[in-house]
Design a protein around this ligand. Structure first.
Ligand SMILES: Nc1ncnc2c1ncn2[C@@H]1O[C@H](COP(=O)(O)OP(=O)(O)OP(=O)(O)O)[C@@H](O)[C@H]1O
Length: 262
């Protein structure tokens, strides 16, 4: 039997009496598309950083493809995991072509003798995000949404087995958001890539993901596709004063419309 792509067991960060993350357990098989929702400061980015091996938990452990994450060296982690960090929109101070930004996602980007292989992979990744026509453009001259699509191409270019996305739809218009979620769904189905995606808008992601974990320090609920997330879970995460609205059938749970009195 193939080992799960990621297995997170009883993960904790911070002191037991005041943890940032507490008793986090999640398993992702190949092809699984997991959405994570939760309020600001819930620990979503912190969890992604730990899965990427960028920081260590205080308790619990993470297995990647059946092996303890700590046994992977830096290069192996780079090969297996694609990571799109939360948008900070830093831009290079020097001119940089779009294709060179994407090349930075390849573990072999500093090996000029592999130029033709690199070039094909870069073209493929840019095409997935409809950015191939901009391959030779200066990255700094693109719009914010176009730059975000280039960063997504950089995360995908090495065809990772696990893709970690921290609010990837930031800066994308709603048509592009929908296209992105559909692309991720297709890649999961066709290549077996597993995805963990942090997003705030559950209504936008619920028809694409396989499951949604509701995180605020701990996992309050892990809903499978089509399952309703109870109102008390939303209240436990966002507070009693939220206004909860239902949305289209087939989506997971309810949407949070915000605090009407705020
Ligand atoms: N190593 C650490 N030790 C203690 N606290 C930490 C550590 N890492 C992160 N935190 C704290 O954990 C909290 C969660 O931060 P995080 O960035 O993960 O939230 P988030 O859910 O991604 O929020 P947002 O939706 O605003 O991006 C923050 O208050 C942060 O300061």
């Amino acid at each position: 039997m193939t080992a799960p792509v990621v297995q997170i067991n009883h993960l904790r960060l911070g002191p037991p009496d005041h943890p940032v993350l507490d008793d986090i357990c999640l398993t992702l098989e190949a092809g699984h598309f997991l959405g994570i929702v939760g309020p600001n400061g819930a620990g979503k980015s912190t969890l992604l950083n730990m899965v990427a091996g960028l920081s260590r938990p205080d308790a619990g452990h993470i297995d990647l493809m059946g092996q303890c994450l700590r046994r992977f060296n830096h290069l192996q982690l780079l090969r297996e995991i694609g990571f799109l960090h939360q948008l900070h929109d830093h831009q290079p101070s020097m001119p940089m072509r779009v294709r060179d930004v994407v090349a930075m996602g390849l573990p072999a980007y500093n090996r000029p003798w592999q130029r033709s292989v690199r070039s094909a992979a870069i073209g493929e990744a840019l095409a997935l995000l409809d950015m191939e026509a901009h391959a030779d453009a200066d990255f700094r001259h693109l719009s914010g949404g176009q730059r975000q699509r280039v960063r997504l191409a950089r995360a995908l270019v090495r065809k990772p087995r696990l893709l970690l996305l921290d609010e990837p739809s930031a800066a994308l218009d709603s048509v592009r958001q929908e296209k992105l979620f559909k692309l991720l769904r297709r890649l999961c189905d066709e290549t077996g890539m597993a995805v963990i995606m942090v997003e705030h808008d559950i209504a936008a992601i619920s028809s694409h993901v396989d499951s949604v974990a509701c995180l605020n320090g701990k996992i309050h609920y892990h809903a499978m596709r089509g399952e309703n997330i109870p109102d008390e879970i939303w209240r436990a995460m966002y507070g009693d004063r939220i206004h909860i609205v239902s949305h289209d059938a087939g989506c997971i749970g309810c949407g949070v419309a915000g605090d009407q009195d705020a």
